[in-house]
Write a protein that binds this ligand. Sequence first.
Ligand SMILES: Cc1cc2nc3c(=O)[nH]c(=O)nc-3n(C[C@H](O)[C@H](O)[C@H](O)COP(=O)(O)O)c2cc1C
Length: 203
Amino acid sequence: MDVFDDVSQLNRIERDCWQHLQSAVTDRDNGWRLPVLATIVQNSVQQRTVVLRGVDELSQVLYFHTDIRSPKVGQLSNNRSISLAFYDHSLSVQLRVQGVANVHTDDVIADAIWSAGEPENLRMYLAPHPPGTISELSTSNLPPEFIGRIPERRDLEAGRSNFCVISVQVLSMDWLLLNRGGHVRAIFGYDQDDETHRKWLCP
Ligand SMILES: Cc1cc2nc3c(=O)[nH]c(=O)nc-3n(C[C@H](O)[C@H](O)[C@H](O)COP(=O)(O)O)c2cc1C
């Protein structure tokens, strides 16, 4: 292979992927912070942008937050297969993730993340209507008292039952580097225990 040619390079790329995902959780300028999440709806697909909220490299799990009333949660209850597309323009690197989603509503994961959340990020769970509800007028779907105001912690508790965490068990990551000298692509798989899970692919 012309640009990268050995297993240690594959190991390094995989490690870099996980580190870059980890840093995207706190770094607002990281291009991988806002992936597109695709879910299956019967015979079609739905996509939307989400914020990457957590990464557990050891167990290969990614975390997102959403409103339990949003259509994506219903879609995941019918089919837990998902795909995520990340692109970091500054690195010219795309990462496509295949995975299986779990929705956490009132378990320790959801409780811990809710308790640690910033009021600014949790305010939207006070929305009186489910996301996607048709409205006669343009609306932020926020209670009037919290439009333009961040709630106190005690005010947020009414939103807890609308909050859930989506965890994604990563099955594979398809990495693509756009490069003037020639693009480079590799795949990392996690649904098997052997050492053959890292492979170069033709871009
Ligand atoms: C930059 C950006 C970040 C977003 N982050 C989230 C998020 O973390 N969680 C979420 O549920 N929706 C997020 N949204 C809104 C979703 O893209 C989507 O519109 C909403 O969740 C409804 O999706 P659904 O109808 O497919 O359930 C974000 C939108 C944008 C533009």
